[in-house]
Ligand binder design. Structure first.
Ligand code: B12
Ligand code: SF4
Length: 555
């Protein structure tokens, strides 16, 4: 690779836009780059060998630390690289790395630096300095170790989005329903400031007062047209933190401009997937989205539907807004999915029950639920630390819910629901995948689409969702009645496993029908092993499909 190359290591559940954006910048500067995929522990050995067992090792290795929960594995890679004799400069970046840069550099001497915040320009300057043998310790945007102490160099303002090259793409990509899918972003940042999210703090730290920035419409449309015409992309998944502006009028203006720009570029049949806050979901904006931008799926950040939860999570919206958003979605027949943060530090029995009633009302949509976690850089972590309630350390924080009854309910729920909500092939993802299959079938093959697919899918979602609500209510009653945790977990698991099995059987039947009628590979695994619904009998191919399905329709 001539003057050496840069390795960018991280998850590629789908094309990783963080690494691919950095690769595009490096390539524009004439620096060869390779993305080294590292989705999980199983790939550890291969990744290590790629980076060390070669006559031409990289001179700079960038390790992605966007996801806090993967930190141990990725920091473990840094240790293994040094043990294997790698003398490359090891840097890291992403949300977690930025917020925990002092702790990481203090505890992991294997790393030389951290590129803080948006690293598009920092990585190029770092690679150039290293390649030319110049000093790099003073470059803006870094965390470095000087005389054993961690020092943050001068801040680097966020880059102008219009000036950035498009993320690097491969000739081949992820194919869904026979069409290539590509993630992209049309903005960075979000106008909200939820307590459990690090996005507002991230952008405030880099560019105070400017929490979100948009790319010019023509730049977005040009990238989409390029992806469509040159690489055959038919499904565009927008990974913007929030695809919308705070005011409806501005959204209508921006989305109309995008629709016109795309119409002028004559894209063939295509679909879009977006993320929204409930207040963004208005009849006018979403009609425009579905009719002119061919939106097939919206992830709507519901999170909670109680006054208590809205305050704790600092959602910045009133009770009632979620309900109105769901009405608009139902009116349009759009595929929506959402995650509820049923457990937060202040959850009470009353607020949990209120959220269960919301879930019950909307159980015909696929949903998942869990506890809010304490991620680095979030206001919620700050609050829990101030209150002396965050336990653990910077790698993984934990806490107890203030209401002891709810803490016990959470503990039982966590054990009982793990397989259904987060396991190896969770039923909660089966319903999301199936709903995705039906939405894509309706959009791309309207002439062969059967209304029975949607009716059956909504009924399957309802079966799973109502079952979750029922089991949660039984757990609340059990905890209040003083029942033992193992007994409650065992009983709950038995019911959940039975329903999961029925849900899988019904989902498989719809997926088979769809496959027969349309001849496409469905997102829903049709090789579901009904006899052993959980991990047993899994193949690599299936694990891969599950991981990919999650990435498309989980967030
Ligand atoms: C796309 C995305 C996903 C995709 C991942 C696709 C993939 N990589 O394969 C999917 C949908 C699968 C996903 C899932 C999850 N996600 Co997510 N996801 C995002 C999202 C919305 C966009 C990421 C992106 O592409 N941005 C566009 C690029 C250009 O920007 P960027 O990532 O900020 O990258 C810049 C800098 O951060 C930095 N940088 C980033 N990486 C690196 C690496 C190096 C070496 C360097 C030098 C610099 C650097 O430079 C880049 C260019 O400026 C981010 C939010 C966000 N704004 O980034 C959340 C985000 C990363 N996800 C988050 C979370 C919590 C999750 C889940 C745990 C959610 C869940 N409960 O299931 C899962 C975990 C997934 C997994 N299995 O690991 C959190 C992470 C918080 C944390 N500290 O851990 C974020 C920040 C969202 C949030 N609001 O809090 N996610
Ligand atoms: S709306 Fe989403 S991206 Fe924006 S602050 Fe809240 S959780 Fe973060």
């Amino acid at each position: 690779m001539g003057q050496g190359w840069v390795a960018l290591v991280g998850p590629e559940l789908e094309e990783n836009l963080s690494l691919r954006s950095l690769a595009a910048m490096l390539e524009r500067a004439g620096i060869s780059t390779r993305i080294v995929r590292f989705d999980g522990a199983a790939q550890f050995g291969t990744v290590l060998a790629t980076l060390t067992q070669t006559d031409d090792p990289p001179f700079l290795i960038g390790i992605s630390l966007a996801f806090q929960w993967r930190a141990m594995e990725l920091l473990g890679l840094a240790i293994a690289l040094r043990e294997a004799g790698s003398s490359a400069h090891l840097t890291s970046g992403g949300h977690f790395a930025t917020f925990a840069s002092t702790e990481i550099l203090s505890d992991f001497p294997e790393l030389d630096s951290i590129c803080r915040q948006e690293a598009d320009e920092t990585i190029v300057e770092l690679a150039t300095a290293l390649r030319e043998g110049r000093a790099w310790q003073q470059l803006p945007g870094l965390a470095v170790r000087i005389d054993g102490k961690v020092v943050l160099t001068e801040k680097r303002p966020s880059p102008e989005l219009a000036s950035l090259p498009w993320p690097v793409r491969d000739a081949e990509g992820m194919v869904v329903h026979g069409r290539r899918l590509a993630p992209l972003v049309s903005s960075r940042g979000c106008y909200a400031n939820c307590s459990f999210c690090c996005i507002a703090a991230w952008h405030e730290a880099a560019t105070p007062g400017k929490r979100y920035r948009f790319r010019p419409i023509d730049d977005v449309a040009d990238e989409m047209a390029h992806l469509h015409h040159e690489l055959g992309v038919g499904i565009f998944v927008f990974h913007d933190d929030n695809f919308f502006l705070p005011r409806e009028r501005d959204n209508l203006e921006r989305l109309t401009a995008l629709a016109e720009a795309l119409e002028a570029r004559t894209l063939g049949r295509y679909a879009t997937v977006i993320k929204a806050r409930p207040m963004d979901v208005t009849p006018k904006v979403f009609s425009l989205l579905t009719e002119r931008l061919h939106c097939v799926r919206a992830y709507v950040g519901i999170e909670t539907d109680t006054d208590q939860g809205l305050v704790t999570l600092r959602r910045g919206l009133r009770k009632g807004v979620n309900e109105r958003a769901m009405e608009v979605i139902d009116e349009l027949g759009l595929f929506v999915s959402f995650n509820m943060l049923l457990f937060d530090p202040d959850t009470t029995v009353a607020s949990l029950e209120e959220n269960l009633r919301f879930l019950e009302r909307h159980a015909h949509h696929p949903f998942n639920f869990g506890r809010v976690e304490l991620y680095a850089g979030t206001p919620l972590l700050g609050r829990m630390q101030r209150e002396g309630r965050a336990s653990g350390d910077w790698l993984l924080w934990n806490y107890s819910i203030s209401d002891p009854t709810i803490q016990r309910v959470f503990e039982v729920t966590n054990d009982a629901f793990y397989d259904r909500n987060f396991g190896a092939d969770p039923a909660a993802y089966v319903t999301m995948a199936l709903r995705g299959d039906v939405a894509l079938a309706r959009h791309f093959s309207p002439e062969r689409w059967r209304p029975r697919w949607l009716e059956e899918t909504q009924s399957i979602c309802r079966q799973l969702g109502e079952d979750s609500v029922q089991v949660l209510r039984r757990i609340i009653d059990g905890v209040r009645g003083g029942r033992s945790r193992p007994a409650m977990v065992a009983e709950a698991k038995a019911q959940l496993a039975q329903t999961d099995l029925e849900v899988r059987r019904r989902a498989k039947a719809v997926a088979d029908d769809l496959h027969r009628e349309l001849g496409v590979d469905t997102l829903t695994s049709r090789d579901i092993d009904l006899a052993t619904p959980l991990q047993l009998g899994r193949t690599d191919e299936r694990a891969e499909r599950v991981a990919r399905t999650r990435s498309v329709f989980s967030e």
